[in-house]
Design a protein around this ligand. Structure first.
Ligand code: GLN
Length: 482
């Protein structure tokens, strides 16, 4: 059976009708992984109990028991989300050998919903990067063109779904790490509103930005997974109580009268003209369905990247302080405690992570705090106000997800600024804590293009409605690399 393009919806039908068992389905995916993963490096480890998990679902189903909304659906897990008993390292040498002591809340919820946890997917070193090349386990390749990057930092999750190794995977998004790889691999990726999904058990990068989100083929699949993992969690004080939502039931794709804002600051020179063209063609599609298009302004957009690269390293430098070589993972001995710390951290953190720890420690230090960190927080507030203002006048904001399509492996590795610029369109949503989703909208040079929809806080349903409408009239999301 060719499972490579199956959606969760397809899988549920096959399983519910008895056409296939969860065990045989898992077997098909494992075969694909075996055939393709050595080359792609999307998964860095496959769980040894995949078949056992699937069998347990089959037994339950045969006994007439409730198997859960994801009963028998295989899923890939980014290597920074804790699963009890799995080695989970954030693809950083410093966490080598670190075993998850408990399940992240999202994992607990996936297990309760009957999902089959297939294995851990590759990512940039400590989630810092936009290409999955800084991983301690080596780079992941883009299934559309194996000489290109899959994006990052959740590049392993995106490559795994694009190659049909799993129908869906979890990523985490601090500055674009779900949306940008989804865009570069031709997939649907959602960064939820900050607080919608619990961060408990996610290895912290920048705690005021981090959100876990799904990477899938379709908006409907992403919505379904979100409905499983979302919601208040007493173990994460920033998670919120959600009103009764209907996101799992996307019946309404009538977008007539919905207002779409096109921020003029996002359609500037520097973006690939082919990307602009595809995104504007998508805008025409929305217009045809009766959506209203408005030009809007997000006047502080140009400061977003600068503010992010002050605040994010500041938070990361503090979060990574706990990785001292004594409590978790990698350890390099020294004559005394200080030497142990500096050896462990010097050897265990890669160059990009060290750069950010230094930047963050600098901007948080006495004398520089007001000049950099506090100023960046003030800019963050202005950016948030831009979005609040704009989203009073329009329901959603539409932009390209990434200024370029996938680039060649190695191309930006010596130029951190060029790498940071890959996130220019995604980081604002993290700064403003609003939900944002990337969906495929075309190709150039045989590589996928993505557009981004940004919504009001907890306005995911608007994004899903727009996205599901778009996917009902286009077939970009049905294309696959083979
Ligand atoms: N590429 C961005 C960074 O390196 C975003 C990373 C992320 O979202 N985890 O900070």
């Amino acid at each position: 059976m060719d499972v490579s393009t199956l959606t969760i919806k397809d899988i549920k039908k096959l399983l519910e009708s008895g056409e296939i068992t969860a065990e045989s389905l898992a077997g098909f995916y494992l075969e694909r992984i075996k055939a393709q993963n050595t080359d792609l490096n999307a998964f860095i480890e496959i769980a040894d109990d995949v078949i056992a998990q699937a069998k347990a679902i089959d037994v339950k189903r045969a006994a007439g028991e409730d198997v859960g909304v994801l009963g028998g659906v295989p899923i890939g897990i980014k290597n920074n989300i804790l699963v009890q008993g799995w080695e989970v390292t954030s693809s950083a040498q410093i966490l080598e050998g670190h075993i998850g002591a408990y399940d992240a809340t999202v994992i607990q919820r996936l297990k309760d919903a009957g999902a089959i946890l297939v294995g851990r997917t590759n990512m940039d070193d400590a989630a810092m990067g936009s290409s999955t090349e800084t991983s301690h386990y080596g780079p992941t390749k883009n299934p559309w063109d194996k000489t290109k990057v899959p994006g990052g930092s959740s590049g392993g999750s995106a490559a795994a779904v694009a190659a049909g190794l799993v129908p869906v995977a979890l990523g985490s998004d601090t500055g674009g790490s779900v949306r940008q790889p989804a865009s570069l691999c031709g997939l649907t990726g959602l960064k939820p509103t900050y607080g919608r999904v619990s961060r408990y058990g996610l290895i912290a990068m920048a705690s005021s930005f981090d959100q876990i989100g799904p990477i899938a083929h379709t908006v409907e699949d992403a919505a379904l997974v979100l409905s499983v993992i979302e919601g208040k969690d007493p173990k994460d004080g920033t998670s919120v109580e959600l009103p009764n939502t209907t996101i799992a039931e996307l019946v309404d794709t009538d977008i007539k009268g919905m207002k779409i804002g096109l921020p003029k600051e996002y359609f500037i020179d520097g973006i690939d003209p082919e990307i602009k063209k595809s995104v504007m063609e998508a805008v025409e599609e929305f217009k045809k369905a009766g959506a209203e298009i408005h030009e809007i302004s997000l006047p502080h957009a140009e400061y977003a990247l600068a503010a992010y690269y002050i605040i994010m390293p500041a938070e990361a430098s503090s979060n990574l302080g706990r990785m001292d070589g004594l409590r978790f993972g990698y350890h390099s001995g020294g004559e005394n405690l200080l030497e142990t710390y500096s050896r462990t951290r010097g050897e265990g953190f890669g160059p990009e992570v060290q750069r950010r720890i230094m930047l963050g420690s600098y901007t948080l230090s006495a004398g520089y705090y007001d000049a950099y960190y506090r100023k960046a927080l003030q800019v963050r507030t202005l950016i948030k106000q831009d979005f609040d203002e704009a989203l009073k006048a329009v329901d959603v904001i539409l932009t390209p997800t990434s200024p370029t399509v996938a680039w060649s492996l190695g191309e930006k590795m010596d130029d951190p600024l060029a790498m940071y610029l890959a996130d220019i369109f995604t980081i604002s949503a993290n700064l403003a804590t609003v939900p944002a989703m990337s969906i495929p909208c075309g190709f150039t040079k045989d590589l996928p293009i993505g557009l981004q929809l940004i919504g009001r806080p907890f306005g995911e349903y608007d994004l899903f409605k727009m996205g599901a409408y778009y996917q009902s009239v286009t077939d970009w999301h049905e294309k696959s690399p083979e």
